[in-house]
Design a protein around this ligand. Structure first.
Ligand code: BG6
Length: 478
């Protein structure tokens, strides 16, 4: 099978990482509006109240709110077929529990979508990309509370109705799979997804299992709702999955790697197989976690199956069983893969991993898959000629796209698109830095918020343009 001529080449961005304008359009405060910049190696601080001396990078973003036309024109110049954006829930329902949506928020997203359509770029809309109104955390306890599921569904319904016939591709959630009751997490990881700091969560296992469950059922209910509103809607969910390799062929390590990787799939099972997996309920019961799947939820799992799966892929990881002494520990925790290099932020660079993941997931579910994120966070330097020569980014993307091509053309995986993460430099989700840059388009802005915000093309800009024009036919492994 050749790469389809309708293959959706493009990119992905998220509202809180690019829009800025937090005080405009009656926007409420979202969870990520209260998180500071983390300097190299330091975690982002999470505040409950704004502190005058702190810098919160989402407040300025890259000013996409005012510059979206210019930015979309640049994406169109590269030949984008699709752009994945997210809707900031707190622009539509500033506190989350209002009766009526905020018109200014709806208008803004209409304008963005209209601009995309004008430029013949297919909008792919994520309904939850770390952008929950903080009020839903402080008043209701976030996703531990079923009322939040209802508020989310009301928000989804509002968006399905409002953008009906303009948007066809929807994503219910971004990366809910990072919430796992059995894995220790840093504060930022649980906060990003649910507005709760890991260290402050009481009864961690039960709480995280409940959040994971409520989000899963909410996704299924949203799918059902979206199909009812318009049967033409294609609704998926996005997962951030790392292939996990055993550190060696010791069967104990192989088993550990399987267990670690499989942990990220129970929600996909629930969204594709028509029921919440029994193995998960039993596993939870064995460690004292109690989950009740009521009748209404059972129906939701049956009726809310996904149309496609979105995959965010950045890196792979390595596992060993507890007590193993392989000497593979990396400097900053985790295990090193001696076959792979890492980015400046310690993420392994593993192009073959994307082919592995596409094959693994496609064989498990048989559903169409879209790569919804992939990219390299790097420090870019402006050369003497005033341009950024980012051959390292081109190399990373080329190697990954070649593996996607193999998955499609050799392995027959039904992958219908590739969306590069951060086609324009934007605020990093985990660190808050601007200096962790992903883009084809440079934004003149530093970690302290200084800069003209001017946009300029890096070398990778022309390279991606050519790659799209030739449907990746220009790429070779050399
Ligand atoms: C993904 C998120 O997990 O990783 C994005 O969906 C995020 O929001 C991306 O930006 C890259 O992570 P970071 O921390 O480098 O921005």
């Amino acid at each position: 099978m050749e790469m389809n001529k309708d293959f959706l080449w493009g990119g992905s961005i998220a509202a809180h990482q690019c829009e800025g304008a937090v005080k405009e359009g009656n926007k409420g405060t979202g969870i990520m509006d209260l998180v500071t910049v983390g300097a190299y190696g330091q975690p982002r601080e999470i505040h409950r109240e704004f502190q005058a001396e702190s810098r919160y990078p989402s407040h300025q973003g890259i000013d996409f709110y005012h510059r979206y036309k210019e930015d979309i024109a640049l994406f169109a110049e590269m030949g984008f077929k699709a752009l994945r954006i997210s809707i900031d829930w707190s622009r539509i329902f500033p506190k989350g529990d209002e009766e009526e949506p905020n018109q200014a928020g709806l208008e803004f997203y209409h304008d963005v979508v209209d601009e995309l359509l004008k430029q013949k770029i297919e909008p792919i809309v994520t309904l939850y990309h770390f952008e929950m109104p903080i009020h839903l955390v402080t008043k209701y306890g976030s996703w531990t509370n079923r009322k939040v599921v209802d508020f989310y569904l009301k928000f989804c319904e509002t968006m399905f109705q409002s953008l009906n016939n303009k948007v066809k591709y929807w994503v219910t959630f971004n990366e809910m799979n990072h919430i796992d009751p059995q894995t220790e997490a840093s504060d930022i990881f649980t906060y990003i997804i649910a507005g709760l700091k890991y260290s402050e969560i009481e009864d961690k296992k039960q709480t995280l299992a409940t959040i994971g469950y409520n989000m899963t059922v909410a996704s299924c209910m949203a799918v059902e709702l979206g199909h009812k509103i318009n049967p033409e809607n294609k609704i998926g969910c996005v997962f951030g999955i790392e292939p996990v390799y055993p550190v060696d062929c010791n069967p104990e390590n192989v088993l550990k790697a399987f267990q670690q990787m499989d942990r990220d799939f129970y929600q996909i099972d629930a969204m594709c197989n028509g029921e919440f997996p029994k193995y998960k309920i039993r596993e939870y019961q064995a460690i004292g976690i109690d989950l009740t799947v009521n009748e209404a939820d059972q129906q939701a799992f049956k009726n809310g199956k996904l149309d496609f799966i979105g995959m965010n892929y950045y890196a792979s990881s390595v596992a060993e069983y507890e007590g193993a002494e392989t000497g593979a520990s990396a400097l900053f925790g985790g295990l090193q893969n001696p076959f792979l290099k890492t980015s400046k932020w310690g993420w392994t660079i593993d192009p073959v991993g994307i082919r592995y993941l596409l094959n693994y997931t496609y064989r498990k579910y048989g559903l169409p898959i879209i790569i919804t994120e992939n990219g390299l966070g790097a420090v870019d330097e402006i050369g003497e000629d005033g341009h950024i020569h980012d051959e390292y980014r081109i190399a990373y993307l080329k190697d990954h796209i070649l593996e996607v091509k193999k998955a499609v053309e050799i392995d027959q995986v039904d992958c219908f698109g590739y969306l590069m993460w951060g086609p324009i430099d934007l605020v990093s989700a985990t660190t808050g830095q601007m200096s962790k840059r992903y883009g084809f388009i440079h934004v003149d802005l530093d970690d302290e918020g200084r800069g003209s915000l001017n946009r300029s093309r890096k070398d990778s800009f022309d390279w991606y343009k050519q790659t799209i024009a030739e449907n990746a036919g220009n790429l070779s492994a050399q």
